[in-house]
Design a protein around this ligand. Sequence first.
Ligand code: ATP
Ligand code: MG
Length: 249
Amino acid sequence: MSRKDSLIDLFIHDLTGPLSIASTSLHNIIEKEDKYGPISEQQRKALHMALRNVNKAQTFLKEIIEMYKSEEGLFKRDRCSIRHVLKESIIEALEILNPPLADQVSSAKQFDEFLKILEENGIKVEIKGKYDSSYFYHDEKKLQQILRNLITNALKYRRAKANISISGETDLIIKVEDDGYGIPQEKQKGIFKRFSLLKEREYEEIKGLGFGLSCVKTIVEMMNGTLTLSSEEGVGTCFTVNIPQLKEI
Ligand SMILES: Nc1ncnc2c1ncn2[C@@H]1O[C@H](COP(=O)(O)OP(=O)(O)OP(=O)(O)O)[C@@H](O)[C@H]1O
Ligand SMILES: [Mg+2]
């Protein structure tokens, strides 16, 4: 292990504990007024923003850990229900971008109800083919990470709509599409590089790091899959991922 790798390991290890304490404490102050005392609406807003940012930092750490494992070729062979993985990924994306909608979809009892709430909010989700009813065998956490990142981007950069579709009879095919401003042709290669941002958006409460897509690319390639991008300025963007199932050894 290089000196840089061991330093990164140390950072990850040392940040996990404090972030988890910060997240639990903020959550308790917001949710348990009977125990922690009343808070004003203004304080609630500020605490929510702090909590969202702490959660984002936790997700970022998890992301680094999974990416490192992928680089080592470490994959678990989980029995993945695609409906479940997709639902969790969407909820995770919404928890950061739109917490009230995350709460609303989390409480949906049936999958159809979950889809309906999303559709009312401009998010169309479709699962076609074999994996709507059969399990897909691969590393569930990493599948979720791929989906969460692409979905977060689509929801962050869309104007009004996002379409998420999953299909495939052997390989799993994921398509995540939005109607946002698109990515100019000459910038398309660059966005897969670590820490590349096309635009800093001053108004964003939670700033992107430019890390998500580089993680997705690393993981998909280590899975022997493919990741393609098609985007037109002013029209929208579509990411397509193709992942072969992990064979039994
Ligand atoms: N669907 C999209 N539409 C338009 N631009 C996009 C889209 N997805 C990614 N980008 C551009 O590519 C850049 C890199 O994306 P990436 O997901 O790596 O970073 P990010 O979303 O800014 O931050 P984070 O590390 O939180 O994911 C983004 O900053 C954005 O400019
Ligand atoms: Mg992103």
